[in-house]
Design a protein around this ligand. Structure first.
Ligand SMILES: [Zn+2]
Ligand SMILES: [Zn+2]
Length: 347
């Protein structure tokens, strides 16, 4: 075991504080990563505050991790000391179920091992990236191309792949009209990625307050959903709608915007059920779907795509002592568009 510095939540109601945690000794296929940057995802806040159910404290969160390989186990072949690497939302899976064998570890039928607040293979609770080091089995460690600025690479590991996967799966590309609902951490990445894939991109945001940003990031059109005229004007027009909003929305209103065989896919996760009027699905043979992060292979594909197309998230770099303030700003949607922690400030 090695003791490393970290920022942890002591309880659901207290601010995060500096502390130390234990990382396991390297197994044969483990990689020790010296973490350089960690993104702040809305899921981190939901988790530490117990919004998604009780957890064990103290808990270190963070699943948008980039760093440099510091040490490798004797059987590691995929990574070497000094490599730029990343870790996203999962650190292991059963590797035996139908979905794992298909290379879709995010849909592991035993449940994948999440990067934090998850029971690890050794029975301990996983601890995330607001920490100076992490030990991860090599198959769940990604290569971060040199072309992506290191601090900006971190949010790609969750926000990037969570939006890349549905865009790729449902064929966003030339000739396709794609709408992105919400212009936050996930939404702004969806805009950049869909644009780079060649789709015609429309942002549907509550107001027009981020319109200039949206157009600059690659959107072709930008509409306010608080204006009812938007829904009349855009009826039957999109092949794919990616909904990044975690609040309850009027699903029927958005489904009515889909053209023939169009799909509305949710990556936002509202805590309450969304009612669906099935007749809305009959029209235009529409589909309502969900999507969860992406596989390890797809995460690598996304990183390579971003390097090739010069895509990186818009970020605000902060020191560890600003994490608690950043949480409040995320909750107020007062961030353009992702906070990244400079992990050197934890040490
Ligand atoms: Zn996340
Ligand atoms: Zn599995």
């Amino acid at each position: 075991m090695r003791t490393v510095k970290a920022y942890a939540a002591p309880s659901a109601t207290e601010p995060l504080v500096p502390t130390t945690i234990e990382r396991r000794d390297l197994g044969p296929t483990d990689v020790l990563i010296e973490i350089h940057y960690a993104g702040i995802c809305h899921s981190d806040i939901h988790t530490v505050r117990g919004d998604w159910g009780p957890i064990t404290y103290p808990q270190v969160v963070g699943h948008e991790i980039v760093g440099v390989v510091a040490e490798v186990g004797p059987e590691v072949t995929r990574h070497a000391v000094g490599d730029r690497v990343g870790v996203g939302c999962m650190v292991n899976s059963c590797r035996e179920c139908e979905n794992c064998r298909a290379g879709l570890e995010q849909y592991c039928l035993q449940g994948n091992t999440q990067t934090y607040a998850s029971v690890d293979r050794d029975g301990t609770i996983t601890q995330g990236g607001y920490s100076t080091h992490v030990v991860v089995v090599e198959d769940f460690v990604l290569r971060v191309p040199e072309a992506i600025p290191f601090d900006k690479a971190a949010p790609l590991l969750c926000a990037g792949v969570t939006t890349y996967s549905p865009l790729a799966h449902w064929g966003a590309g030339p000739g396709k009209k794609v709408a992105v609902v919400g212009m936050g951490g996930l939404g702004h990445m969806a805009v950049k990625l869909a644009h780079a894939m060649g789709a015609e991109v429309t942002v549907l945001s509550r107001t027009l307050s981020k319109k200039a940003d949206g157009l600059e990031l690659g959107a072709d059109h930008y509409y306010a959903t608080e204006d009812p005229a938007t829904f009349a004007e855009l009826a039957n027009s999109f092949d794919l709608i990616v909904n990044t909003v975690s609040a309850v929305v009027d699903l029927g209103a958005y489904l009515s915007l889909l053209r023939l065989d169009g799909t509305l896919v949710n990556v936002g996760a509202p805590g309450e059920p969304l009612p669906v009027q099935v007749f809305t699905l009959f029209g235009n043979r529409r589909s309502f779907a969900g999507s969860s992060i992406g596989s390890i292979a797809e995460t690598q594909e996304m990183l390579d795509f971003c390097a090739e197309h010069g895509i990186a998230p818009e970020t605000e770099l902060i020191g560890a002592d600003a994490i608690n303030e950043a949480y409040e700003r995320v909750l107020r949607s007062d961030v353009r568009y992702r906070f990244v922690i400079d992990v050197a400030t934890i040490a």
